[in-house]
Design a protein around this ligand. Structure first.
Ligand code: ADP
Length: 162
């Protein structure tokens, strides 16, 4: 039995939707490793170190949850941590196609690794980091979507963007 699950993603930045998935995974697995991808092709707003730091703060006090960065194939990261389980979040049907392709690609790369999908509470099912960044740039109040310190970091970061 696998006791460790990897939850990979960009987390640019962490939202209550991500935190909801981490909590659900933590109920099932004794250890959850939140693996923050460098993902330079996505041109993240926050550096990988900043994303890791925010996730660490957001999950501090959550038993069995660890946060680290990774680059390269997620299946290699899973092997390195001696686990076969990847967790991903499914919000709506619109996530399905991309997640399906990615899960099957990972299975082709490494048939022993399984992807498990968890659904967040419905109040987070429309929440996306991409939309949040747009809303933040227009001055929206984000208190329903991200922890306070993330909202502050987001607004500060957006101010310094060209
Ligand atoms: P990606 O890893 O595809 O670059 P993210 O870092 O935003 O994207 O998301 C990581 C994982 O968390 C993905 O499986 C995504 O579907 C899931 N996710 C993102 N936002 C939410 C949310 N609001 N509720 C549940 N899952 C989410």
């Amino acid at each position: 039995m696998c006791q460790i699950a990897i939850y990979p993603g960009t987390f640019d930045p962490v939202t209550y939707g991500h935190i909801d998935i981490i909590k659900r995974a933590q109920e099932i697995f004794s250890n959850v490793i939140v693996a923050v991808a460098h993902n330079p092709h996505k041109k993240p707003l926050f550096s990988v170190q900043e994303r890791v730091a925010m996730l660490k703060k957001a999950t501090s006090g959550m038993k069995g949850v660890e946060v680290c960065e990774f680059s390269g194939l997620v299946v290699d990261f899973a092997h390195k941590h001696k686990t076969k389980v990847l967790v991903r979040g499914l919000r709506m049907l619109s996530d399905f196609e991309y997640e399906f392709q990615m899960a099957l690609t990972n299975r082709k790369l490494s048939p022993d690794v399984e992807t498990i999908f968890l659904m967040p509470h419905e109040s987070y099912s429309y929440l996306s980091a991409k939309l949040l960044k747009e809303a933040a740039s227009l001055g929206a109040n984000l208190s329903n979507f991200v922890p306070d310190f993330v909202e502050k970091a987001l607004k500060k970061k957006l101010k310094t963007q060209p």
